[in-house]
Design a protein around this ligand. Structure first.
Ligand SMILES: CCCCCCCC/C=C\CCCCCCCC(=O)SCCNC(=O)CCNC(=O)[C@H](O)C(C)(C)COP(=O)(O)OP(=O)(O)OC[C@H]1O[C@@H](n2cnc3c(N)ncnc32)[C@H](O)[C@@H]1OP(=O)(O)O
Length: 224
């Protein structure tokens, strides 16, 4: 990938050793233009959600998407070798499932960042879908537990309080922190704000994995 393909710099994530090679391998192997394609796909999702096209435009768009699928399907790989979602230092992590989070502050125990929901994550009435907000928190917490020396961890529980409507296409601020560590248990808290207004807050329990719970392909740095 070329330098111009890389997403705009944001605060670098000091990833734990476990994810560093995993992520670096995708960055080494990804074709030039991959990051831009991810951005195009994310834009497509929003544009698709917002469109009410006439029949001829539906037919044209469908044909183009079919062609795109056929091109990509010729290059399918197993999930250990996929690039999608593996660009951990990038705001979008190289994926289009959850909204990009541009990190503005990181310590081993806290993250702060900016995000935005587009039409793809719309629930109703120009508000973000509650499931999308839960997804955002899971992703944010996942990033938090991937920094510093915390071993790989998984979400055991996630609880979201929807305090007020989360608008679309508006800048939002997120914060997450480690409230308590008790052995393998990481208790996390987070907030989502639009300006001064609290849209949602969340708590989660992440459990660091026992060695036998880690897939070998993830436990060892795979060959590049
Ligand atoms: C998908 C992976 C993504 C990774 C991507 C790379 C990251 C890179 C970095 C950055 C970006 C990240 C962005 C994405 C992040 C997304 C994170 C996710 O969404 S993870 C997927 C969803 N979660 C699962 O699929 C878990 C499924 N469940 C399990 O695997 C197990 O249940 C597990 C590991 C969570 C716990 O199982 P046990 O066998 O290890 O542990 P036991 O013995 O059951 O529990 C240990 C202690 O924890 C308590 N506990 C367990 N579950 C609990 C719960 N739900 N509530 C309360 N306590 C619980 C138990 O009561 C026990 O407590 P006592 O030691 O007795 O005091």
């Amino acid at each position: 990938m070329t330098e111009s393909d890389r997403p705009q710099p944001h605060v670098a994530v000091p990833l734990n050793g476990y994810w560093t090679e995993w992520s670096a391998r995708a960055a080494r192997n990804a074709a030039p233009g991959w990051a831009a394609l991810v951005g195009e796909m994310a834009g497509l999702q929003d544009t698709f959600a917002a469109a009410a096209p006439p029949p001829e435009a539906v037919a044209e768009a469908r044909s183009l998407v079919e062609q795109t699928r056929a091109v990509l399907a010729r290059h399918e790989v197993g999930d250990d070798d996929q690039w999608f979602g593996r660009f951990l230092p990038a705001p979008d992590r190289g994926q289009t499932f959850s909204p990009p989070i541009r990190l503005t502050g990181i310590t081993e125990h806290a993250l702060a960042g900016k995000t935005m929901f587009g039409r793809f994550h719309s629930g109703n009435n120009s508000a973000a879908h509650g499931g999308g907000i839960a997804l955002l928190f899971d992703d944010l917490f996942g990033r938090l537990v991937s920094v510093g020396d915390i071993p790989p961890a998984r979400t055991a529980s996630l609880s979201v309080n929807y305090r007020s409507v989360t608008p679309l296409d508006e800048p939002l601020a997120v914060e997450a922190s480690v409230a308590e560590v008790d052995g393998r248990k990481l208790y996390l808290t987070g907030t989502l704000r639009h300006g001064d207004r609290l849209c949602a807050d969340a708590t989660a329990l992440f459990l660091t994995l026992r060695p036998e719970q880690i897939r070998p392909a993830e436990a060892e740095a795979p060959p590049g």
